[in-house]
Design a protein around this ligand. Sequence first.
Ligand SMILES: CC(C)(COP(=O)(O)OP(=O)(O)OC[C@H]1O[C@@H](n2cnc3c(N)ncnc32)[C@H](O)[C@@H]1OP(=O)(O)O)[C@@H](O)C(=O)NCCC(=O)NCCS
Length: 183
Amino acid sequence: MLGQMTEPTEAPAYEVRLARVEDAGDVARVCREGFAASSVGLLSAATVERQAARYYDVSRVRDEIASAGEAPQWQGYVVAATGEGRILGAAGGGVTDRVVGNLHVLYLDLTVRGRGIGTTLLEFVTQQQKAAGASEQWVSVTDGNRLGIPFYLARGFVVHDKVPFDPADDPPEAFSLRMQRAI
Ligand SMILES: CC(C)(COP(=O)(O)OP(=O)(O)OC[C@H]1O[C@@H](n2cnc3c(N)ncnc32)[C@H](O)[C@@H]1OP(=O)(O)O)[C@@H](O)C(=O)NCCC(=O)NCCS
């Protein structure tokens, strides 16, 4: 039955750790797929492709893995990985203005959603940010993202304000919710 085939599978055993350069291709793929799935009906296919090509290009991701922690504003990609090296999810953030934690990215392999892996990745990034002095945490989510906003609300974020998805767009194609919580 189709419904059964599309149900998430059980999450395999995994560890959460800093990404390694050899994870770059899988990290880029998980981010592209998660971004595309969470943008359906919200952003045009052209915008999704442009954003994905810009942020989740494999060589860019490889460079961002390699530069982890060189500056507080980028503490690196963090992955949930199985013992065989399968990447189940990826996250990353950093700290600005000494106390402001920013979550830049959080995406799962969509077949393992709803098993607590997103929470575990967020917790790892949060501990990185707290260790660097952050006391608040921010994330931007496309307004209407039904795969992301309920997760952040469940984790204690509140909507702070709403800004154009792309500040250069007039009129805006979509909006981003800036969400915030104390950590
Ligand atoms: C957002 C995402 C990373 C969450 O990861 P996850 O492993 O599925 O989330 P968890 O299993 O840890 O869920 C944590 C909580 O969020 C809630 N939640 C998650 N998604 C939800 C949804 N769509 N609707 C309602 N509640 C949801 C769960 O009920 C759970 O709450 P609880 O622990 O209080 O019961 C993942 O679903 C994902 O990759 N989504 C698509 C990409 C995306 O939108 N990323 C964010 C872009 S900024």
